[in-house]
Write a protein that binds this ligand. Structure first.
Ligand SMILES: [Zn+2]
Length: 385
């Protein structure tokens, strides 16, 4: 099928779909109105959480229907621009005294066309501006990042961008908020089991992202001299990065252990608790019984030597429990940093809530056997259970 034929079919499909929604819109509007049970208890709250709606945020609601969700967002203070390709739906939205701005249906058709064909173009229309250093600084202050404190950051730059100055701009904003007496810490391990680690040349693991790999290369940043490296800058950087190779990687005498000792904060920027290594420290302090064999390679007298060890590892998905534990106690601050959802909590609070729950069930972080998770099953087997 040639591109012209494809485009013709797509237009035809769009017209058909629009006609169907024009027919159904009033029925849908009467039935759902300001939200049925699914809308108001499941979809709405989950979307609001994901968006981390803040006053004066601008949100484009594509395919707004009768505007039920746009009105929720507007009530939370967002500036909402909404559009739908069904003119009848737009009439329903207007009839409900809509206070958000409605775009004409043709405009939506044009945009939905982009969405189908060139998703990146629609994305760039929504997130069209790079956030300035001033806005970023304000966001970090609002979240509760402490001047003069120790801050361990795990992040996805993809989720955070675009921001002024790119990855370096983000690092500078973080350092600016911490000030001269604060210490910034990021993971910096290589993840290459077979390669000896050299803190001066070994790249950070690709999974840690572009910011982590830029950070250790910056002037004044210290990096652990071992495979499970973290990098840090500031008054506590030397203490945090100076322990010898920790086995397993997140024992108390390791960078995350030192951040915990120093009552540091942990910032999860565009990532969840599954990226939160401080929870591995909690597992060790709780004495969880699972250990998986793994290895790394170090240089001894100039020769690569393999070191075998056991690590408390699994898929880490169930680290997400920490969200509920911390939220329930008011110990986690959440909001927007850059364009990403951010979580901030003290390392000691993260460890504290995890210890409390692991005391009741040391296998809590492992998926149950019925979930079919290969990694968690392997961890479970290592306990002899
Ligand atoms: Zn699992």
């Amino acid at each position: 099928m040639g591109p012209d034929r494809q485009s013709e079919e797509l237009q035809e499909l769009t017209q058909q779909t629009r006609a169907i929604w024009d027919r159904n819109a009033r029925f849908w509007d009467a039935a759902v109105g300001e939200g049925n049970l699914v809308q108001s208890t499941l979809i709405g709250p989950a979307c609001e959480r994901l968006l981390a709606v803040q006053p004066n945020m601008t949100i484009l609601d594509v395919a707004c229907g009768n505007g039920v969700f746009s009105r929720r967002l507007a009530r939370l203070g967002a500036q909402v621009v909404a559009c739908d390709f069904s003119e009848t739906f737009l009439e329903c939205a207007r009839a409900r005294n809509t206070r958000f701005k409605l775009l004409a249906s043709d405009c939506l058709w044009y945009k939905s066309h982009f969405l189908l064909n060139e998703a990146g173009m629609l994305e760039s229309q929504i997130e069209c501006h790079a956030l300035s250093r001033a806005v970023l600084t304000e966001q970090l202050h609002a979240l509760g990042v402490e001047a003069g404190g120790v801050l361990l950051v795990h992040m996805s730059f993809r989720a955070t961008r675009p921001i002024e100055g790119g990855p370096l701009g983000l690092i500078e904003a973080l350092r600016g908020v911490l000030g001269a007496t604060g210490t910034l810490v990021m993971p910096s391990w290589s993840g290459e089991d077979d390669e000896p680690f050299d803190p001066l040349t070994t790249p950070a693991a690709p999974s840690l992202g572009i910011v982590a790999d830029l950070f250790w290369r910056l002037p004044g940043v210290l990096r652990s001299n071992h495979f499970h490296a973290f990098a840090a800058i500031g008054p506590e950087a030397a203490w945090i990065t100076s322990d010898p190779l920790p086995l397993p990687p997140h024992i108390p005498e390791s960078p995350v252990g030192r951040v915990h000792d120093l009552n540091g904060q942990v910032l999860l920027l565009g990532v969840g608790h599954d990226a939160n290594t401080t929870l591995h420290l909690a597992e060790i302090l709780a004495g969880v019984p699972y250990r998986l064999p793994t290895y790394c390679t170090v240089l001894q007298d100039g020769r690569p030597v393999r070191i075998d060890y056991e690590e408390n590892d699994h898929c880490c998905e169930r680290f997400a429990f920490a969200d509920e534990w911390l939220r329930a106690r008011g110990l986690q601050s959440e909001g927007r940093v850059g364009h990403a959802h951010a979580r901030l909590a003290r390392a000691r609070d993260i460890v504290g809530v995890a210890l409390k729950h692991l005391a009741g069930d040391p296998l809590l972080f492992l998926h149950p056997p019925s979930a079919g998770c290969v990694e968690c099953d392997e961890a479970r087997r290592s306990t002899g259970a």
